[in-house]
Design a protein around this ligand. Structure first.
Ligand code: AMP
Length: 144
């Protein structure tokens, strides 16, 4: 099973911001969409970085109120680890646990085709396990 199976189940829309957006506005975007991270894309829609609530918390702890006036480009993580639709679910979990992050953008060639969170992966795994339990129950009942 791969990331493409998860993307099929969720919207491919990815919430993103421009590198010039200020932290005050970014917090509004995160709150409005009820999400924990946004991608930072350039004008060609190429990934420049990612800003998560953790980046904002870290910056607030280090720089205080000045954080609010800083831009996405100033606080983002620019070395973004990405998956492709063919990345397996196990590989994606390994990437997230190794890198200690919860968001994985998915790119197909140069095209951004989604963003998978640890929550999406856990939800998907639980539903797969429920399906397996159902089919094993049906199998055992047939054998009775
Ligand atoms: P998260 O757990 O995803 O909220 O993010 C924790 C930290 O990892 C933050 O500094 C993020 O900017 C960074 N981060 C989140 N996702 C990725 C990713 N796919 N690749 C690299 N860093 C990331």
């Amino acid at each position: 099973m791969n990331i493409a199976s998860i993307l099929k189940e969720k919207s491919r829309d990815v919430v993103y911001v421009a590198p010039t957006m200020r932290v005050t506005e970014i917090t509004g975007v995160l709150a409005r969409h009820d999400i924990g991270a946004v991608l930072v894309l350039d004008s060609m829609l190429q990934v420049m970085g990612i800003v998560s609530e953790r980046d904002i918390a870290r910056c607030l702890a280090a720089r205080g109120e000045a954080t609010l006036g800083m831009t996405a480009a100033q606080i983002m993580t620019s070395d973004v680890v990405m998956a492709t639709p063919a990345t397996t679910i196990e590989e994606a979990l390994e990437m997230m646990s190794q890198g200690r992050f919860r968001h994985l953008p998915v790119v197909d060639g140069h095209e951004l085709c989604g963003l998978v969170s640890i929550g999406d992966v856990v939800k998907w795994r639980i539903s797969q396990q429920a399906l397996e339990v159902d089919s094993l129950r049906a199998y055992v009942q047939r054998a009775d």
